[in-house]
Ligand binder design. Structure first.
Ligand SMILES: C/C=C/C(=O)SCCNC(=O)CCNC(=O)[C@H](O)C(C)(C)COP(=O)(O)OP(=O)(O)OC[C@H]1O[C@@H](n2cnc3c(N)ncnc32)[C@H](O)[C@@H]1OP(=O)(O)O
Length: 826
């Protein structure tokens, strides 16, 4: 088999070398083709191609490559879509001849091939893709390579020999890091250092290159290595089957034993150290613990054979695939994220911005072309109005993605100066942490343009307003932008977290409103990955698509939501924090009563698994935010007249949090006191400390409660807080504010610290608790507290229970008929 010339040079592959491109084996259709995801069908085709090449008498060696032209991805691993509960495509130990070959079979075929097989690695080489490479006799790459074993992140372990071959090749220390971290950021430099790679072309020169300045195509390099492993008969006239086998045996990792650590640490002790930093099994750590167990099996007692280790790996893989709910949750999150980001029209593209990441696009040519195309491609002049905390993070996010110039506007000179300084310090810190190099930082720095006046935004392609959260202020800014911004098709977006996007858009002239939407970032905006894209009633589909694409470009996850009070995330949070406060009033007080710390402990990282409990979260965000929202909603008591707000009647309410803010000035971490006290000398001023003042306040408010002084179990606290949050999620779906339960999950996973292994609130309700239990719980709470509307079960929840389907399934089956869907026009 002869391959045509390929790669970046005019190199011609010798006719005795068989070139097998993984992309040729991928069945047509679907965007996952671009990453060469290995479905059962693809594995079968690849297996057949390798077997034919091995049997072909005219072939002396084989090169395995991602694409024939030497570009693109090698492979992102097994096709995750096939990992339903009943499949075990990688780890099957059955020897039935009727079953299709598995990834393990393919790896065995490659490793035991009688002809040398060289993997030529470019782009992504992940999971099963990396396991194919580990089975090959030689691995070469170019500088585009990103390799890794990310299975732990989707609740699995490498199941095609990765946990057995990698430690044999690079030692336990490196193997633990690659497998347990599951990073996909390992580059060719680290590959050469660790011994994973034999050679690297272009830019980085491997140990074998004859001339350090020479750069060759990946194919030429692979071909050179193919000849080197097994010298031809002309080079070595006495070559026999025995010497051939011996030469290949030296490169078959199954025949090696795991090497001792170069720093002299005992391999077992190294695993013990690694284990101490894993999350507990029951708190999202099932797959990490299984990874560790499999790696231990590669060397245990120094006597383990490769086959023994493979049995351990296989059992662990299948066990996780079949029984781990955490794993299903992780995989649900993987696909939910991609679903929420995907474009609604086939003509547009999300640009795979997640991959391109920091500073990917630097061209700033703005002549001609459509504004939307330019913004999608990561180019264009961006205006950010307001140099406060949010504006700074937003400006940094656009700069680091290559947009520019980015004009940061603030009418307050001191605020503008501090804001600009902060943006540069955010980016400088990222450069220091190795996220990009100094030349990129310099380009970003020169692209930041501080402005004292809105008039500088005339030539903007996009403006994101991040001013004070007040409809009057925003309306004023938007009507000025309407006059100032010259492009009629410029996007004009608001970072509002609570206000009515349609009311804001009404300050623009009618023909501009289709270019207006909400772009709700989460604080700190340069860190948090979630963006709620709020669709106003006049926002066009095209505008939503461009915002989605831009959001991915800046490395974030967009979720399109409808326009309502609090949108999705904050609306669901309202019952959660309200109930947390009411629990203190009902059950707190006295020495033994429920305390602030008890509620946070139940919801926090060591129990339910939220990043922080509700009271710490509120102290971080600022308790004045909730206070102002309650004021807007007409819930506060008038301090002068003592008359309670008009909307308070008929609802279960406590003034505990109002008094804490208004009378005690406990605004949270920023005032060093909130639900907790904060001491600048303890934990950098961020460690929550019990407050006697708050204890007194709870004593006062709980004095009339019949349950005063009672402790509540952690499970009960979780039910009381999380069930109404889920219920609100159902109401949001019912109203068409979110178009799919997985969108709600993504918002909570990326914006509110919901534990990934619980898959988001809707996945949790469906799979961890069960909808009948959620309904029963809500009905019970509603009977106890008829004035708490958020306990009243949603109609959609009742419908799912009646039909005996989960909410995810209800949507998958197309049973959702909401006519109000935000996506009804998409
Ligand atoms: C025994 C062996 C076990 C295994 O091998 S388990 C699998 C191990 N591999 C992984 O976990 C890798 C998962 N994939 C990723 O992390 C990312 O993706 C990439 C880094 C490869 C690419 O990221 P980006 O450039 O941002 O693109 P994108 O939107 O994430 O992916 C493009 C399309 O490719 C699909 N896809 C990616 N990897 C897989 C896969 N392994 N199986 C099935 N589909 C995959 C996505 O879903 C999406 O598709 P859509 O455009 O339709 O949403």
């Amino acid at each position: 088999m002869t391959a045509p010339a390929a790669g970046r040079s005019s190199f011609v592959l010798p006719s005795s070398v068989a070139l097998i491109a993984i992309s040729d084996c991928i069945p047509p259709g679907g965007s996952r083709n671009a990453v060469n995801a290995l479905s059962t069908d693809a594995i079968r085709r690849l297996y057949d191609s390798v077997r034919i090449a091995i049997r072909d008498a005219s072939t002396t060696s084989i090169i395995l490559i991602g694409r024939r032209d030497g570009r693109g991805d090698f492979s992102a691993g097994a096709d995750i879509r096939e990992f339903s509960a009943d499949d075990d495509p990688a780890a099957s130990t059955s020897t039935s001849s009727s079953r299709p070959p598995t990834l393990r079979d393919l790896c065995d075929l490659i490793e035991m091939s009688s002809k040398p097989i060289v993997s030529a690695l470019t782009g992504m080489c992940l999971g099963g893709g990396m396991e194919l490479a580990l089975s090959s006799h030689v691995r070469v790459s170019d500088s585009t390579l990103r390799y890794g074993l990310p299975e732990v992140r989707i609740g699995l372990i490498p199941g095609a020999g990765g946990t057995q071959r990698l430690p044999r090749l690079v030692g336990v220390r490196v193997a633990l890091e690659v497998v347990l971290r599951g990073g996909i950021d390992w580059s060719c430099e680290s590959g050469l250092r660790s011994g994973f790679l034999d050679d690297v072309v272009v830019g980085v020169v491997g140990p074998s290159s004859s001339s350090p300045s020479e750069s060759e195509s990946i194919l030429a390099c692979a071909s050179r290595w193919a000849e080197k492993v097994l010298p031809t008969t002309t080079d070595l006239p006495t070559t026999t089957t025995t010497t051939t086998t011996a030469l290949l045996d030296a490169r078959r990792l199954r025949l090696r034993s795991v090497p001792p650590d170069p720093d002299g640490m005992d391999n077992e002790a190294m695993c013990d150290v690694a284990m101490s930093s894993l999350p507990p099994r029951e708190m999202g750590g099932e797959s990490a613990h299984a990874c560790l167990e499999a790696i231990r099996a590669s060397f245990r007692d120094g006597t383990s054979s490769f086959d023994d280790g493979m049995i351990v790996e296989g059992k662990l893989f299948v066990g996780l695939l079949r029984h781990s709910l955490q794993g299903r949750a992780y995989r649900h999150a993987f696909f939910a994220e991609r679903r929420s980001s995907s474009s609604s029209s086939s003509s547009s593209s999300s640009g795979r911005g997640g991959r391109e990441g920091y500073g990917a696009t630097t061209t700033t040519t703005t002549t001609g072309g459509d504004n939307n195309d330019r913004l999608r491609a990561g180019r264009g002049t961006v205006g950010v109005v307001g140099a406060g905390t949010m504006g700074r993070g937003i400006a940094a996010s656009f700069l680091r993605a290559g947009y520019g110039p980015v004009k940061l506007v603030d009418v307050n000179p001191a605020g503008l100066e501090a804001g600009s300084r902060d943006v540069l310090s955010i980016l400088g810190g990222e450069r220091d942490r190795g996220k990009f190099d100094t030349s990129k930082l310099e380009r970003m720095t020169s692209n930041l343009v501080p402005c004292a006046d809105l008039s500088c935004l005339a030539d903007c392609d996009l403006v994101v307003e991040a001013a004070f959260e007040d409809l009057g202020v925003k309306g004023d800014i938007f009507s000025k932008l309407d006059v100032i911004v010259e492009r009629g098709d410029a996007l004009i977006l608001s970072n509002t977290s609570t206000l009515d996007v349609d009311a804001i858009a009404s300050s623009l002239s009618p023909e501009r409103r289709k270019y207006c939407a909400g772009m709700h970032f989460f604080s700190p905006a340069h860190v948090m990955r979630l963006v709620e894209v709020v669709r106003g009633k006049e926002t066009s589909v095209e505008t939503l698509d461009v915002i989605r694409a831009m959001t991915r470009r800046i490395g974030k996850v967009p979720v399109v939501v409808g326009n309502c009070d609090g949108f999705v995330g904050n609306r669901m949070l309202h019952p959660y924090v309200t109930e947390a406060c009411l629990l203190l009033v009902d059950y707190g007080g006295g020495l033994s009563g429920l305390g602030i710390g008890d509620v946070d402990a139940a919801m926090g990282p060591k129990c339910f698994g939220m990043a922080v409990g509700p009271f710490v979260m509120s102290d971080i965000a600022g308790n004045d935010i909730g206070f102002n929202i309650r004021r807007e909603k007409g819930l506060l008591r008038d301090p002068k007249t003592g008359i309670v707000g008009p909307n308070r009647k008929q609802i279960r309410y406590t003034e505990l949090a109002d008094e804490m803010v208004e009378k005690l000035g406990r605004l949270g971490q920023k005032t060093k006191k909130g639900w907790y006290d904060y001491d600048p000398k303890v934990g950098k001023g961020r460690k929550p400390l019990t407050s006697s003042e708050m204890q007194e306040l709870i004593d006062k408010y709980s004095s009339n409660s019949p349950q005063r002084g009672t402790k509540l179990g952690q499970d009960e606290i979780i039910r009381r807080l999380a069930f109404p949050l889920v219920n609100e999620g159902f109401k949001i779906l019912e109203e068409g504010i979110a178009s799919d339960p997985s969108d709600v999950d993504i918002i909570y996973l990326y914006g509110y610290g919901w534990p990934a292994w619980r898959g988001g609130p809707m996945f949790w309700a469906d799979n961890y608790i069960g909808l009948p239990q959620i309904l029963n719980g809500l009905e019970k709470f509603h009977r106890m507290h008829p004035n708490s509307e958020y306990f009243c079960p949603s109609e959609l929840l009742r419908k799912c229970v009646d039909l005996d389907v989960g909410v995810q399934e209800y949507y998958k089956k197309g049973l959702a008929t909401s006519t109000k869907s935000i996506n009804s026009k998409l």
